[in-house]
Design a binder for this molecule. Structure first.
Ligand code: BDR
Ligand code: CA
Length: 311
């Protein structure tokens, strides 16, 4: 089994990913570490507890970074995820309690407890991972790998022409995470936007699992409305589930790699720039970390995987 910490800002597609991780027999979730992003961090943390309660999972949930590494709060994605992060369905809040540690401290503690065994799966902005690197400079040696939903390598962004939301929300933190001495695999808009999911697919999830699939379908109405506003068909995207699907089925994905840097300037804020090995003579690039970038996935196999995992 894969031991993971899931770093998240729930969030509708975060809920989809969290349930997938809970349901998959080869994934062991050591805890949910929350961060600001789609919603303020206090709401992220409450929402994560609510999802654990719904799924009957008794694992630690921590509250983490509530602000970008540099600069003011940049606003939340309520227009995508609703006022409550759950598509304005306002599910009953859990009365469970948070683990008192910060998300970054929890990451460090677990990494020390299970050296070399944990994959950090980050599906929100990267402040907790950046802070954990500051708390424990040896963290990269203790972690097996880092898989993130974020970035847009060879396609346009979804916040600016060049930046995807998770990276844009905390670009300086992302730059730290991409530059650290560990293996980053990036599941950005290059791959997540290639595979639209239909309302019929959400119906299928509900049919397979009334409780969790039913919840996903219910909270997704608002999310589908958002994604369908400028399209002819009704669809939505499962962004945050991709790194988890890759963990259990890497053979479904096409991956390329390159030297990666994250922009922190005004125009390039949050841009993930990938230079294929040897393509640029500049030291700025050649010395930058190599990251793996997912660029395609077998859509049918992915659908089957989601459906069978929810069953
Ligand atoms: C990412 O941003 C958030 O809105 C989603 O939860 C996902 O993590 C997609 O750009
Ligand atoms: Ca997310």
């Amino acid at each position: 089994t894969h031991k993971i910490i899931l770093d998240t800002d729930p969030g509708i597609d975060d809920a989809m990913a969290i349930f997938f991780a809970f349901q998959h027999p080869e994934i062991e979730v050591l805890g949910l570490t929350t961060v600001f992003g789609n919603v303020p961090v206090t709401m992220s943390a409450r929402n994560a507890l609510t999802l654990c309660e719904l799924a009957g999972e008794d694992i630690p949930v921590t509250q983490g970074v509530g602000m970008p590494w540099v600069g003011p709060e940049s606003g939340y994605a309520h227009f995508v995820h609703g006022d409550d992060g759950f598509g304005n369905t306002f599910p009953e809040a859990s009365k469970r309690e948070l683990d008192p540690r910060s998300s970054a401290q929890f990451i460090v503690d677990m990494a020390r407890q299970y050296p070399g065994e944990i994959t950090l799966v980050a599906i929100g902005p990267l402040g907790n991972l950046a802070l954990a690197l500051r708390l424990e400079p040896e963290l990269p040696k203790l972690i097996k790998g880092v898989s993130i939903m974020g970035g847009a390598a060879f396609v346009p962004g979804n916040v600016t022409p060049v930046a995807e939301a998770n990276i844009w929300n905390d670009a300086h933190a992302a730059a730290i995470v991409f530059a650290a001495d560990w293996k980053v695999t990036m599941f950005g808009l290059d791959v997540t936007l290639k595979t639209p999911f239909t309302p019929a697919f959400l119906d299928e999830l509900e049919a397979r699992n009334d409780k969790l699939g039913g919840f996903v379908k219910k909270v997704s109405q608002f999310y589908v409305d958002f994604y369908s506003a400028n399209r002819d068909e009704r669809v939505c995207f499962f962004h945050d589930s991709f790194p988890l699907a890759h963990l259990v089925h890497p053979e479904y994905f096409a991956i390329t790699s390159g030297h990666a840097r994250v922009g922190t300037g005004e125009l390039d804020r949050g841009q993930t720039v990938i230079a294929p090995a040897g393509s640029t003579p500049s030291p700025l690039w050649n010395e930058a970390n190599m990251v793996d970038v997912a660029v395609d996935v077998d859509h049918e196999k992915l659908e089957q995987l989601f459906i069978s995992t929810y069953a």
